[in-house]
Design a protein around this ligand. Sequence first.
Ligand code: ADP
Ligand code: MG
Length: 153
Amino acid sequence: MSVYVTSSEEETVALGRRLAQELPSRAVVLLIGDLGAGKTTLAKGIVDGLGAAAPEEVCSPTFTLVHEYGRRPKVYHVDLYRIGKAQELESVGLEELLEQEAVLLVEWGERFPHLWPPDRIEIHLRRLDDDRREIKVKLGVRGHGPENSSGRP
Ligand code: ADP
Ligand code: MG
């Protein structure tokens, strides 16, 4: 697990850009934290770092549920904040998104933990004060690669 502290919105975007460099072309990234923690801000940096869209083109998919950016890698940005029940998830079409060679960025995904693959990446964001955010990056359980044969993240 890696822990970062950013001191401005710009620093969080910059961290997202850096994290993007380490993402495989197919990944599920859960962005976990309260309203205003910086989930959408970090997503802007990740989308930019992947070369999929400029940060100012990235906004919260709270009402539209899914935004799609770029191709190769394709990036989907999903916000499940307004999804109340599991059955409403059908309108998001997540299964189809999960099958694709794409980076899937998910806000409020922790509300539906059964949906995500074990090798998902979890990023926990926490507001420390007005301008500072603690950002913890946890890698999921991978396959049987030599770099992690313990079965632990
Ligand atoms: P969320 O998607 O988690 O609800 P947003 O990214 O939409 O959060 O909003 C984060 C808010 O916090 C923005 O208004 C942003 O300007 C502010 N902010 C202040 N400091 C930071 C920081 N270090 N990182 C990210 N956002 C910050
Ligand atoms: Mg948001």
